[in-house]
Ligand binder design. Structure first.
Ligand code: PEP
Length: 249
């Protein structure tokens, strides 16, 4: 089975009203009718701006996080219902920066995944090992533990999620996993999905993320178990993001 690929930009905490306008204008001018699904995951204050810009275009709107809670005294958080009101289609959950700087546990990531699914938002669940874990030969163990936490999310089918393998040592560092290294981990994740839900495993998209750019995207995206990319830095440069989109077919 060949999945339609997904190229999702993670703007992280970057942008401004003016910069977003210019970036989206350039993307919309160049994107045409892409051979893949495309999304931009934007900072929460810009959801309304980007929703209006991308309405009716091939670019879907994504958020960078979602609260596990439905409402109430959770200062600073955004619920899935709120994201829904802005037409959010995807939400990144468990990004390594949230795990690292906000102490998000596997259980917290699973709860966020469930909250997104309950509102029809596709969670992009990030997994990935640190450099120390890779060097200790623990890559498989770590990514399998992280994926296991979201595989049995109450009442929802695993087929509704997107997985992103993002080796922490490759994020924002310019160090990319080689296509073989990435494919090796993607195959492990695919096998784990197969074990959990054999009928759905082939159709679940597993994205690669970690310094993917215009120069390395085609080779990474041609690996059999790489179904797209989660792109940080390069998603802020329209020509680079457009080249990555063009490489996904
Ligand atoms: C990310 O933050 O999800 C990411 C992959 O970043 P970069 O592409 O900049 O490494």
């Amino acid at each position: 089975m060949t999945n339609r690929k997904l190229i999702a930009g993670n703007w992280k905490m970057n942008g401004s009203l003016a910069a977003n306008e210019a970036l989206l204008d350039a993307l919309l001018q160049g994107v045409g009718a892409p051979n893949c699904d495309v999304a931009v995951c934007v900072p929460a204050p810009y959801l309304a701006q980007v929703q209006a810009k991308v309405a009716g275009t091939p670019i879907a709107l994504g958020a960078q996080d979602v609260s596990a809670q439905p409402q109430g005294a959770f200062t600073g958080e955004q619920s899935a219902a709120m994201l829904n009101e802005f037409g959010v289609r995807y939400a990144i959950v468990g990004h390594s920066e949230r795990r690292q700087y906000h102490g998000e546990s596997d259980e917290a990531v699973a709860a966020k995944t469930a909250a997104a699914l309950a509102r029809g938002i596709t969670p992009i669940v990030c997994v990935g090992e640190t450099l120390a874990e890779r060097e200790a030969g623990r890559t498989e163990e770590v990514v399998k533990r992280q994926l296991a936490a979201v595989i049995h999310v109450n009442g929802h089918c695993i087929s509704e999620i997107v997985v992103a393998y993002e080796p922490v040592w490759a994020i924002g560092t310019g160090k990319t996993a080689s296509p073989e290294q990435a494919q090796g981990v993607h195959a492990v994740l695919r096998a784990q999905l197969h074990h959990a839900a054999s009928e759905h495993a082939a159709g679940i998209r597993i994205l690669y993320g970690g310094s993917m750019n215009a120069a390395n995207a085609a080779e990474l995206l041609s690996q059999p178990d790489i179904d797209g990319g989660l792109i940080g830095g390069a998603s802020l440069k329209a020509p680079d993001f457009l080249q990555i989109i063009a490489a996904a077919r």
